[in-house]
Design a protein around this ligand. Structure first.
Ligand SMILES: [Zn+2]
Length: 331
């Protein structure tokens, strides 16, 4: 796991390796980025760089006892805090403080990592703030979050903010396949979201799996200029549009399938999201010109601002269906 971060967050890994070598780590870092980008791995990697006994050109060896104890969450000077239930409670921060005050030699480096720092209760956050304000000895904190907007500004202002870049579609696809998803599904989800957690949630959702197929049926009817597509909006698509979040996922799926048609026209087969329907889709779009395929893409993208204007979602989809039929099939 820890080695993977060298590939996915190469620049940050190098940056922090240098900081450790120059002993320039600051007191507190806030790692922000979607789930799955390697926030915890990066924090652990930095900890290993600090404590490793057999560094190779400044890089931790990942094999020595120090490195291994950090990876196994069994190192006295590297403490991880994770939410207990739904939140990180004030007692957990107090425990951290006592752990750090009682043990250890003066001046010895210590590291703590708070996973899902946005889940700190107000009490916990205030307790942590005091801790950050009166740093004792060489303490470095890593706060990790996928929801930066839920972190108290007072906390943000005391940390150095480090934003981790999202995984590429390829990296996320590989991760999802590693976790047991079929490659086709993994590829679609990786196009849909940069967030590993959300991708896994969707993969496990029957309604979502059903709507993937419905989107394809809907689009195939449009390509055939069959107005049954209009009926299908109500009977199938709208069943997956109860919440705003679902509506956004659904609209994003429509964007992706219309985009796939355009990509296939330009022989960019590797980049399509709906790879499970690639062959049939390639056949269906043969009669269509590039101009029409691009115009269709613009039509579907225009639906986003309508959503922001609170136009009824079914109206948006019905209008889009008619517009796409016209776009593809009028001379
Ligand atoms: Zn080592």
């Amino acid at each position: 796991m820890e080695v993977e971060v060298r590939k996915t967050q190469t620049q940050l890994v190098e940056h922090f390796t240098k900081l450790v070598a120059k002993q320039q780590l600051v007191h507190a870092y806030l790692f922000s980025g979607p789930a799955g980008v390697g926030k915890m791995q990066l924090a652990l990697y930095v900890a290993q760089a600090v404590f490793c006994q057999q560094k190779e050109a400044g890089k931790p060896c990942l094999k020595c006892p120090e490195c291994r104890r950090i990876a196994e969450n069994n190192h006295p000077d590297v403490v991880r805090i994770i939410p207990e239930g739904l939140s990180i409670k004030v007692e957990q921060i107090r425990y951290l403080k006592t752990e750090f005050s009682k043990s250890g030699v003066e001046g010895k480096q210590k590291i703590f990592i708070i996973q899902d720092a946005d889940k700190m209760t107000v009490g916990a956050a205030n307790s942590l703030l005091k801790f950050l304000e009166e740093p004792s000895g060489q303490v470095t904190a890593f706060l990790l979050t996928s929801h930066l907007n839920q972190i108290l500004p007072t906390i943000i202002s005391r940390c150095q903010l480090v934003e981790l870049s999202s995984l590429t579609v390829k990296q996320l696809t590989a991760k999802l396949v590693e976790q047991g998803l079929p490659p086709d599904k993994a590829q679609l989800l990786a196009h849909l979201t940069g967030d590993l957690k959300l991708a896994k949630q969707l993969a496990a959702d029957d309604a979502f799996n059903q709507v993937i197929q419905s989107v394809w049926e809907w689009y195939r009817l449009i390509l055939k200029n069959d107005l049954q597509a209009f009926v299908l909006v109500q009977t199938k698509l709208m069943t997956y549009a109860e919440t705003r979040a679902e509506q956004e996922v659904l609209l994003q799926l429509l964007v992706l399938i219309v985009r796939d048609a355009m990509l296939l026209h330009y022989q960019r087969d590797d980049e399509v999201a709906f790879s499970m329907y690639k062959t049939e889709l390639s056949q269906q779009i043969l009669p269509l010109s590039a101009t029409k395929l691009v115009a269709a893409m613009e039509l579907v993208l225009k639906s986003w601002p309508e959503m922001a204007l609170n136009v009824a979602f079914q109206n948006i989809l019905e209008e889009l269906t008619l517009n796409l039929c016209n776009c593809y099939h009028q001379r």
